[in-house]
Ligand binder design. Structure first.
Ligand code: NAP
Ligand code: MG
Length: 497
């Protein structure tokens, strides 16, 4: 690409904005915030209880920096209470219950989630910063769908593992991140319950609220006390779950760094482990791809949800002959994205989840500029308070640049180029991660050939970031091991005899 190829095009976009800008703007259309409680307790043994220490922490709205509520801060003593409650419920009730009866509870939870979907998606957006359009149209429908899907498996485990008997394993300790708080809770809790296990779940420190509202639903659904326990807190509470002697299985979703620490901590114990970790996905666009569709896929792959997606298509691999046209179309589309109030139904890009995450994004973007890549960043007004980052992409990126290697976890794309399919495969696989990838081409045979050579757990073809509870998800290499979702998602929660 020539150094200043974007300049004339920039002028066109600018003049279009001057001509039509205000006329074409949508009127604000915000959802009404939900009235939250001032204080949230831990959910242990079917009851809401304060932390033994009495300590709490404040959880904020990242779009305004205002405190939303005080939340109980669990420590080792609380985790111990939760694990004991889970063990008791597992031994006395849940593991003995007929699978068809277990299924009824999970179906009930799924239906109640649907009934309360509106309230839950607003809370998700208030606490996490993601646009309401995303939490309403993606997160919540998928959350309910996961509970329905696994409710259906509860009494059919004999068919899931033909010729074998599936036995539950006991108490599952589950630790989840902040990017899809309720969806990650669903991915973890639903298969564990369907297979007859009890659960102690810890949401991320910055996004505890929807998990606690799920606890209210679980209580209302009359799930036997102790089958699901939710302990809020920081990494210390997570470590207490990992190190607790009476936990049989750890399911972790989060950073590769913490995943490695967990793997070390449980080495030599009887605990089973699944890890869903980071990613640096390649989205590969061939010259014969439908380019407008591909550009929409790029936008969906990295910019929606602020790039807070482990499987985000954060590395764009473009075949050389179409670099200019892809750059131009991408820039055009980027300029139309609306950054701002996540509760507004017209918002495309909401708030960055935390100050810490914003600083991480800024420092990696700075490294991209310092190392010589060319930055393209839109100019738009940002709200005065809160954590925001303007959608950005880099061209002239070298494989060795940090922005091509490290997970940015923000609305930032690094564009690399390739000439041949072999080079695309080599570049795509040249990362310590292996969670997901995308392929865009007109030729079905090319899709199959490339997909079979990509070391990624999920490969999307001519689309990106599509999820279904029936479809397994998980990584290769440093993106972790074990699968969640689908029939495969039952495996980590059973012993086959
Ligand atoms: P993180 O810092 O690893 O935190 C994940 C969870 O682990 C949080 O609940 C965290 O608690 C807890 N934790 C922190 N230190 C711990 C320790 N020593 N022992 C046990 N638990 C501990 O990750 P994050 O920053 O929240 O999330 C972003 C990362 O998650 C990205 O790398 C992303 O790729 C990955 N992710 C992967 C998937 C997937 O399915 N593969 C899905 C979503 C996200 P605190 O929040 O209180 O620190
Ligand atoms: Mg963290």
């Amino acid at each position: 690409m020539k150094k200043n190829s974007e300049a004339p095009h920039l002028e066109i976009v600018e003049s279009r904005r001057l001509l039509f800008g205000d006329l074409w703007d949508y009127a604000p259309s915000p959802e009404k915030p939900v009235n939250l409680k001032k204080h949230y307790d831990l959910f242990i043994d079917g009851k809401f209880v304060p932390a033994k220490s009495g300590k709490t922490f404040s959880t904020i709205n990242p779009a305004t920096e205002e405190s939303l509520a005080e939340v109980a801060l669990a420590d080792e003593a609380d985790v111990d209470r939760a694990v004991k409650a889970a063990r008791k419920a597992y031994q006395n009730v849940w593991s003995k219950m007929k699978p068809a009866e277990r299924a009824k509870y999970i179906y009930r939870i799924a239906r109640m989630i649907q009934e309360k979907a509106r309230e839950l998606c607003i809370i998700e957006t208030m606490n996490g910063g993601k646009p309401i359009r995303e939490s309403r149209d993606i997160d919540l429908p998928l959350v309910a769908a996961h509970f329905f899907f696994y409710a259906g498996w509860a009494d059919k485990l004999d068919y899931a593992f033909a010729g074998r008997k599936a036995r539950s394993i006991g108490v599952a300790g589950q630790i989840i991140p902040w990017n899809f708080p309720l969806l990650m809770a669903a991915w973890k809790i639903a298969p564990a319950l369907a297979t007859g296990n009890a659960v102690v779940l810890k949401p991320a420190e910055t996004t505890p609220l929807t998990a606690l509202h799920l606890a209210e639903i679980i209580q209302e659904a009359d799930l036997p006390p102790g089958v699901v326990n939710i302990v809020t807190g920081d990494g210390g509470a997570g470590a207490a779950i990992v190190n607790h002697k009476d936990v049989d299985k750890i399911a972790f979703t989060g950073s590769t760094e913490v995943g490695k620490m967990i793997q070390k901590a449980i080495a030599g114990t009887k605990k089973k482990l699944t890890l869903e970790l980071g990613g640096k996905a390649a989205n590969i666009i061939f010259e014969d791809a439908p380019i407008d569709q591909a550009v929409e896929g790029i936008i969906n792959g990295i910019y929606f949800n602020q790039g807070h997606v482990c499987c985000a298509g954060s590395r764009l691999l473009v075949q050389e002959g179409i670099v200019d046209v892809v750059t131009r179309k991408l820039w055009d589309r980027l300029r139309t994205l609306r950054v701002g109030n996540p509760l507004d139904k017209n918002t495309d890009i909401g708030a960055i989840n935390s100050k810490m995450q914003l600083e991480k994004i800024c420092s990696l973007v700075e490294s991209g500029v310092d190392e010589g890549a060319r930055m393209h960043q839109i100019t738009c007004d940002l709200p005065e308070r809160g954590f925001w980052f303007r959608p950005t992409f880099f061209t002239e990126v070298a494989q060795s640049h940090r922005i091509a290697q490290e997970e940015i976890f923000g609305p930032v794309l690094s564009m690399l180029t390739f000439r041949t399919p072999e080079e695309a495969i080599e570049r795509a696989n040249n990362t310590p991660y292996g969670l997901s990838a995308g392929v865009w081409t007109d030729k079905g045979s090319k899709i199959f050939k490339i997909a079979s050579k990509l070391r990624a757990g999920v490969v999307w073809a001519n689309t990106y970031n599509q999820f279904d509870p029936a479809s397994p998800f998980g990584g290769y290499k440093e993106s972790g091991f074990g699968r969640e979702g689908g029939l495969h998602g039952l495996m980590p929660y059973v012993e086959l005899i």
